[in-house]
Design a protein around this ligand. Sequence first.
Ligand code: HMG
Ligand code: MG
Length: 285
Amino acid sequence: MADYVEIFEMGPRDGLQNEKRLIPTSEKIALVDCLSRAGFKRIEVASFVSPKWVPQMADSGEVLAGITRASGVSYAALTPNMRGFEGAVAAHADEIAIFGSASEGFSKANINATIAESLERFAPVAAAAKAADIPVRGYVSCVTDCPYDGATPPAEVAKVAKALLDMGCYEISLGDTIGQGTPETISAMLDAVLQVVPANMLAGHYHDTAARALVNIEASLEKGLRVFDAAVGGLGGCPYAPGAAGNVATESVNDLLVGLGYETGLDAGVLAEAAEMAQAMRQHD
Ligand code: HMG
Ligand code: MG
């Protein structure tokens, strides 16, 4: 049997959070419902952050309430602090994610905290999630390059990844937030992180600004990673990472993985349908 590689669908969250037009909740729900038929095990659909910081995600509770949940699919939400955690619990998110940065500049710009302050803020969230039996994922942003601080030392990524692991995160997603990584810098970063977190607890989260996300995924497969984040239609970008393009497109990652002989469990026809839907949502800009 072929090796399984999982794609964690990011479109409804990372894909849409940066859209200027406030997308109606019903359109978001329709996208998630389409994605629920594609064969994903995990879909990130919501973000309980300050609506002043990311207005597009203000209806996250309504999105989670409106979707038709498919059995076996975990619907995930970002939670930067206890307030976000409470929102996610009230909306019955199946899992949550705390999100830190390996660079101080992005940490400050994105969540208005130093790295150390952010870890202090995440600790009670992770503890509350554990008590409530809700799985917690951890993100590390700017794993190779930061829009404010330049190149990120791999040791800094390893430090933040280990801190999130020690808090109880079941998986650490490594974000090339501005899509400037190369197979060389991604590999060097992974060599450092793999000394403190095993490959089966890591995911690659690569934005495709420089069109290198697919080669970076290939480099990561060689290091043993078997989970990659992607967004249908290549939607998105981070509002606090100037110039960053969207996540690598799910359908392209799926084609790459299938071409390399991996099993993804995804229906390419449904992916194409969802990608078309996602792109149409964006055309209103
Ligand atoms: P702050 O201003 O330092 O926090 O923001 P605060 O505690 O002073 O609160 C400010 C206001 O926000 C207050 O309201 C709070 O009540 C409210 P006001 O009194 O002014 O009316 N507030 C909240 N409202 C709703 N939900 C909450 C919440 N918390 C406070 N949870 C904060 C700190 C973290 C809240 C803010 O910086 C923030 O929301 N940042 C989120 C930025 C974001 O969502 N970025 C995109 C996601 S990360 C990403 O895309 C990267 C990733 O994809 C990986 C990669 O690519 O690298 C994951
Ligand atoms: Mg991202």
